[in-house]
Design a binder for this molecule. Structure first.
Ligand SMILES: [Zn+2]
Length: 153
């Protein structure tokens, strides 16, 4: 039961017609009638959805750019993430290919950057001496240990 026609008109005039919230410039809103269930008119709803998709796409690629690749373990970790994302369909083959190429480059850089110098003679043990290339490759464990004794702390 209506209380009064005046109240009905007030309701229709204010709360019931949502307007498009898109900013045309810094001061003006679009103010076309918004589509049901959205805050935007038809054309701006499409524009917003396109923008959101583009942002999601960019975020998908950016996770990799922020992944640390300073050692072999982190390259390995990133590789696992690429495989997981590829299998779950969150990246496509083309993106995976680009990322794998970057990973390959990163791991080559790591290898050429070398490892060392050893700061503790324990690092020379259990074959550890074989891994060092800085300041030089060692002939054997004893060579490595004697380097640490002379140059280490
Ligand atoms: Zn609009």
């Amino acid at each position: 039961m209506l209380k009064s026609t005046g109240e009905l008109e007030r309701n229709m005039g204010t709360a019931t017609v949502p307007l498009c919230q898109h900013w045309m410039d810094n001061a003006t809103r679009c103010r076309s009638p918004a589509m049901r269930g959205t805050r935007y008119c038809y054309s701006h709803h499409l524009a917003q959805a396109r923008g959101a998709r583009k942002n999601a796409e960019r975020a998908r690629q950016r996770w990799f750019e922020s992944a640390p690749l300073e050692d072999a373990a982190s390259v390995q970790r990133a590789l696992m993430q690429v495989m997981t994302r590829l299998l779950s369909g969150r990246i496509d083959h083309k993106q995976a290919g680009q990322i794998l190429y970057k990973l390959q480059t990163a791991s080559m850089n790591l290898r050429s950057a070398g490892l060392g110098p050893p700061s503790d003679k324990d690092q020379c043990k259990k074959g550890g001496w074989r891994g060092f290339t800085i300041p030089r490759k060692f002939k054997n464990q004893g060579d490595c240990v004697s380097f640490v004794n002379h140059h280490g702390k």
